[in-house]
Design a protein around this ligand. Structure first.
Ligand SMILES: Nc1nc2c(ncn2[C@@H]2O[C@H](COP(=O)(O)OP(=O)(O)OP(=O)(O)O)[C@@H](O)[C@H]2O)c(=O)[nH]1
Length: 426
């Protein structure tokens, strides 16, 4: 199954909430369709927010209109290709927010199959060729849009805002999205499909700038510190990433840094076995920083490409956790002053708006360089990812939609936006 289909089928609860909500809102006050089946929408996503969009809209068929959800040329980052692991990219794609010693010029392509990954200049997604049908042409497959229509009025917009807030998009983001959607369209009759399409465009526009694969550096070992509250999916994400890095030809060492939780260590060992990656452990209750140091020595001695360090997620005592994380960083920096090269914050989508608080907190505890959002399957709170992107602008490297090893993929904003509002892939 393609990841889009998986995402779509597993984001069902978020999708159906938005999808059904929009259908209900339109059904409340149905309007007769326009005499001509002309999509009554702006030509592109930029038009959604652009002031000139307030002028009367052209009545040219949507498929003839120029279409660009977000200017692809503005996207500097490389794609994480499916076979190279979720959300991996070459370092020249996007400098990490972490302190780095290497700069873009010093980066040489790794000698492992990561070379298969697209070069930095390649877009995350292929740009739409000029001849491609417009968004709604594609959305409707060139077919007449017979979906019910409704006049875009204040009442509708308020209800739409509420719907977006209920899907955990957050108040500010929901207001912004609805305002952009309404820009230049008040009083117009929009079909359900058009509203869904415009919503997807708005969501994608917010998500595009943060869809950045995890940068891969030529540094050996590249140290990836993984932080997040207990149960957010750190262990599972490390296991999935390790397996995918391994499949991409990279050698990986895992350090089970949550030494206070025997269950967490055991679980990591299981993932290590699955991924065929060594997992370094330490006696229960021992100093995680000392384990991190030993793991760093082993990774260096073995010439490992990546060292992934799991950490504790006890937020009950933030001062302790902060000190623990700071000590791990201090200790590994004795070996490599540029480490950690990535600090991934793993967030659980089912926590909804609480994920926003977790980002705030962990940014104070560690120098978070990117996010992984897990458990997007089975939650009606998928909109929280939009709120996160809008509020923090931190790179979203990958998303998890299940417990299996291949249920982690690079974050694709357009697929996500379409899946979130319930649009079928074409
Ligand atoms: N449905 C679903 N479950 C997931 C996903 N990622 C992780 N899980 C499950 O969430 C639970 C917690 O995941 P862990 O990886 O143990 O989380 P953790 O952050 O390491 O938690 P601690 O070990 O308590 O520190 C496990 O049962 C995982 O199988 C996901 O993307 N989807």
């Amino acid at each position: 199954m393609s990841f889009f289909k998986k995402l779509k089928s597993r984001l069902t609860r978020s999708s159906s909430r938005l999808e059904e909500g929009i259908e209900d809102l339109v059904a409340e006050k149905p309007a007769l369709p326009e005499p001509e089946a002309v999509p009554d929408v702006a030509p592109d996503a930029q038009g959604v927010a652009a002031p000139e969009d307030t002028k009367p809209e052209a009545v040219t068929p949507e498929k003839d209109k120029p279409e660009a959800v977000t200017p692809e040329k503005d996207k500097p980052e490389a794609a994480g290709s499916g076979d190279a692991g979720a959300g991996m990219s070459r370092p020249d794609a996007q400098p990490s927010a972490q302190p780095q010693t290497q700069d873009a010029a010093s980066v040489v392509p790794p000698a492992v199959p990561v070379q298969k990954m697209p070069a930095a200049a390649e877009p995350l997604r292929p740009a739409a060729p000029a001849s491609k049908p417009g968004f709604f042409g594609r959305l409707l497959g060139g077919a007449r849009d017979d979906s019910p229509r409704r006049v875009l009025d204040d009442e509708f917009l308020e209800s739409l805002e509420e719907l977006l807030i209920a899907s955990d998009m957050g108040v500010d983001t929901s207001l912004r999205v609805t305002a952009n959607l309404a820009e230049g369209r008040m009083g117009r009759k929009l079909s359900v499909n058009e509203i869904k399409g415009l919503l997807a465009q708005e969501v994608a526009r917010i998500m595009e700038p943060v869809a950045k694969p995890m940068p891969i550096f030529p540094k050996r070992p590249q140290v990836v510190l993984v932080v997040g509250v207990n149960g957010s999916g750190k262990t599972t994400t490390i296991g999935k990433l390790a397996s995918q890095f391994k499949a991409a030809g990279k050698s990986v060492v895992i350090a089970a840094g949550d030494t206070f939780r025997a269950a967490a260590v055991e679980q990591l060992k299981v993932w290590g076995e699955r991924a065929d990656v060594p997992v370094l452990t330490a006696p229960e209750g021992s100093d995680p920083a000392s384990l991190a140091f030993d793991a760093m020595s082993r990774a260096e001695a073995e010439g490992a490409d990546l060292l992934m360090i799991d950490t504790a997620g006890r937020l009950q005592n933030r001062a302790d956790l902060m000190e623990e994380l700071a000590k791990i960083v201090r200790v590994i920096r004795k070996k490599d002053p540029s480490a950690p090269h990535n600090t991934l914050l793993v967030l659980d989508a089912t926590t909804g708006q609480n994920a926003l608080n977790q980002v705030e907190t962990f940014r104070k505890l560690a120098d978070v360089s990117g996010l992984v959002m897990t458990k997007l399957d089975g939650t009606a709170k998928g909109g929280v990812l939009v709120a996160l992107a809008d509020r923090f602008g931190l790179p979203i490297h990958a998303i998890g939609v299940g417990e299996q090893i291949d249920d982690l993929a690079p974050f694709d904003p357009q697929e996500f936006a379409q899946a979130l509002v319930g649009i079928e892939a074409k």
